[in-house]
Design a binder for this molecule. Structure first.
Ligand code: CA
Length: 357
């Protein structure tokens, strides 16, 4: 009996070592947990996060694993900053404009209404001073912030009725996050924010009359068009970028090579999400007219856009007067955008102008 037990133990030990052959016997696997805002499997947001975790494990030869918890596991879709700050999770993936009520300066790293496009904003973030400003903002919370994937320009949302004037917005109950929510609140909209999993039910039950989510690639699958068939083009989220967060104490304990692996894997995920979402939207848009002929695509009337723009500028000025950090970020974005937009005009805009039917 004893001999059999010994043999079994030896076999078990051999199996353990052969299963982790790339890790030295005395090296401990570092196990992190990541909380994401999104439901499991939601393309491309959740895919972006699982791709990141898989890449870290592969690139580290199994020395590091990252368990991804979706919103049904941690039950706090919009509370990712708090959980990473508290060290409950080493990492998070979310959108920083969800925390505008806690710290309004987290918000401009997602997107700003009438702000930069994805190319412009990415250039600002990585090569125009954005990254240093983000560090200044997020250091106060004890977390590192990294860009986590852009959706590109978003659609303006789904409405039950056509919006023909600013008056049509008054009293409307709409789900819309970020600074755009502040702008619409000034125009009489009852603004709310809800996480992805609650959107359709809220619209169907009439808790909200209208909502915006992302764009055709992600929206059509949600079925919003069945309740609210007017689909408006965007003004409010021209470059929505998501965010990875890392608790700074956890980060500081990592060896330099694992830090580099994580940074590279995050940039890979960020870039791929933009391409993936673009492809999904192009595909969905090409089929939309045929598959869903009841969807009515609209743009907001020029006088509505003009009013939104005026309110947006006034709110930026008012918030800047109260908050020096907000002022600093807005000035940095405006200064960069002035240069970048001239180049956008000379490159993409003039090219497209002559090549769009
Ligand atoms: Ca959105």
């Amino acid at each position: 009996m004893i001999r059999n037990k010994l043999i079994l133990m030896m076999v078990a030990t051999l199996l353990v070592f052969s299963g982790s052959s790339s890790i030295a016997a005395d090296e401990k696997v570092i196990k992190w947990k990541l909380a994401m805002t999104w439901p499991a499997g939601l393309p491309p947001f959740a895919w972006t996060v699982t791709r990141f975790a898989d890449n870290v494990e592969a690139m580290s030869g199994g020395r590091m694993t990252i368990r991804v918890d979706d919103k049904n596991k941690h039950k706090a879709a919009l509370g990712i900053l708090d959980m990473v700050k508290a060290g409950q999770y080493e990492m998070g993936h979310s959108a920083s404009y969800y925390w505008k009520g806690k710290d309004i300066n987290t918000m401009p790293f997602t997107t700003m209404p009438f702000g930069m496009t994805t190319s412009e904003q990415d250039a600002w973030y990585f090569y125009g001073g954005g990254e240093a400003l983000a560090k200044e903002v997020f250091d106060k919370h004890g977390v590192n912030q990294y860009q986590g994937g852009s959706t590109g320009n978003q659609m303006g949302g789904w409405f039950r009725k056509e919006i023909n004037s600013v008056d049509d917005l008054k009293g409307l109950k709409m789900r819309i996050p970020g600074f755009a929510g502040e702008v619409l609140a000034e125009l009489g909209v009852a603004v709310t924010n809800l996480p992805a999993g609650e959107l359709y039910t809220a619209l169907e039950r009439g808790t909200i009359d209208a909502l915006e989510w992302v764009g055709p690639g992600m929206d059509i699958n949600m079925g919003f068009h069945k309740v609210a068939p007017y689909y408006y083009t965007g003004w409010h989220e021209p470059a929505t970028d998501l965010q990875f967060l890392i608790n700074q104490d956890a980060w500081n304990e990592l060896p330099a090579d694992l830090q580099a692996i994580i940074e590279v894997a995050m940039v890979d995920s960020k870039a791929r999400m933009y391409w993936e979402n673009f492809a999904m939207s192009a595909e969905a848009w090409s089929k939309m007219g045929v598959d869903y002929p009841n969807i009515k695509v609209r743009t907001f009337p020029p006088e509505v856009i003009a009013e939104m723009k005026a309110v947006n500028a006034r709110l930026i000025a008012e918030t800047s007067a109260r908050d020096p950090m907000f002022k600093k970020i807005m000035e940095s974005q405006a200064e960069f955008m002035a240069k970048a937009r001239e180049w956008t005009k000379m490159s993409d805009y003039l090219y497209l102008k002559d090549n769009i039917e």
